[in-house]
Design a protein around this ligand. Structure first.
Ligand code: NAD
Ligand code: ZN
Ligand code: ZN
Length: 351
């Protein structure tokens, strides 16, 4: 069977043939139906040796949907043939956080990293850009029913991370019927964040991107206003908030320009969630660039119950992923397209 393996830092990843693995213990073998490509995959491929606590080689793909085809002897539960998405952050499975389904914030993460265990599917451990994928336990599977695979796969990261980020700023929205939320970057994660905000809050959604087609996508997803990043964007956005400033900013880029913009548009007592790993820096200082009362969070992925909620939203028709499909054999082309900022929504590999 085929798998897209990262064999050396800097890449490129290569499509290799190997024999089919047999699930042992609690493991479950999934026949992959779709695997999304995230900008984080580019960050991983491009990482220099020693930067990430992962051992090479491993199979990429942390956004996976498929069908259960085989179970280990101790894997009671998922029925053969059941269609699932894989909950991607894999913690120790036993600490208090993991027991609550928040493996993204596993209490043993530091120890796992020190042992080079990997963060989860496709991030140091074998992921789903492959024909088959071995999942350590059924606790990491969420049923999706008859949701199309190319829709389901992106929910497990783009959808889940966007949902968790929205949850992290929800308290700042309060009951204010015209609270404004600014979305920076309307790509794979951002276009789902716009839809999640529209489906679950009353917020006015203001979107910013550097590409005109991303602004069009924001509009299709329900954003009330969308504008290109320009030197005067902070003033334009503040104008849209009636001069008050935004209750929350979700930064799906995380570079210097977007963090500076975030500081310039937040109202006092607002929330900034930095999701993107764009390498930008923001100085925390009182008084400083951020308005008084600002809360800053660095949300990472999401919890298993949140993934169930995202799947439910999608099955109810409140969430639709804009997808560009590629065959697994066309992974290099898909990755190049993401690199050149040409993807609209999410690129998904379909074996
Ligand atoms: P993407 O490439 O699909 O989307 C990024 C969008 O940002 C694009 O539309 C791009 O045009 C836009 N953009 C780029 N520079 C911009 C700027 N200066 N101002 C405004 N818009 C700009 O990427 P994605 O897969 O949605 O991932 C977004 C980021 O989130 C990446 O850095 C990724 O690594 C990170 N990420 C974080 C988590 C987490 O748990 N924290 C999870 C997944 C992805
Ligand atoms: Zn990702
Ligand atoms: Zn744990």
């Amino acid at each position: 069977t085929r798998a897209l393996r990262l064999t050396r830092w800097g890449g490129p990843p290569t499509l290799t043939e190997s024999t089919r693995s047999v699930p042992t213990g609690e493991e479950v073998l999934i026949e992959v139906e779709a695997a999304g490509i995230c900008r984080s995959d580019l960050h991983v491929i491009d990482a220099r040796d020693g930067v990430l606590p992962y051992r090479l080689p491993f199979t990429l793909g942390h956004e996976v949907a498929g069908r259960v085809v085989e179970r280990g002897p101790e894997a009671a539960g998922p029925t053969i043939g059941e269609r699932v998405v894989v909950y991607g952050p894999w913690g120790c499975g036993t600490c208090a956080r993991c027991a609550a389904g928040a493996e993204n914030y596993c209490d043993r993460r530091t120890a796992l990293d020190a042992d080079g265990v990997g963060t989860g599917a496709g991030l140091g451990r074998n992921g789903g850009m492959a024909d088959l994928m071995l999942v350590p336990s059924k606790r990491l599977l969420v049923p999706v029913g008859d949701l199309a695979a190319a829709q389901a796969a992106p929910l497990s990261d783009a959808g889940l991370t966007a949902y968790h980020a929205v949850a992290s700023v929800r308290s700042a929205l309060g009951d204010d019927p015209c609270a404004c939320v600014v979305i920076l970057g309307v790509g794979g994660l951002g276009h789902l964040a716009v839809q999640i905000l529209r489906a679950t809050t009353n917020a006015q959604v203001l979107a910013v991107d550097v590409r005109a087609e991303a602004l069009a996508l924001a509009g299709e997803c329900g954003a009330h206003f969308a504008t290109l990043l320009r030197p005067d964007t902070a003033a334009v956005l503040r104008g849209r908030t009636g001069g008050v400033g935004a209750a929350a900013v979700l930064d799906f880029v995380g570079n210097g320009s977007t963090m500076e913009l975030a500081a310039g548009v937040l109202r006092a007592g607002g929330e900034l969630a930095v999701v993107g790993s764009g390498g930008g820096q923001l100085v925390i200082r009182k008084p400083g660039a951020l308005p008084p009362g600002t809360r800053v969070s660095l949300p990472f992925w999401g919890t298993r119950p949140e993934l169930e909620a995202v799947v439910a939203l999608a099955r109810a028709g409140s969430l639709r992923v804009r997808v560009e499909e590629f065959p697994l054999s066309g992974a290099a082309e898909a990755i190049a397209r993401l690199r050149s900022e040409a993807v609209r929504g999410r690129a998904v590999l379909v074996p």
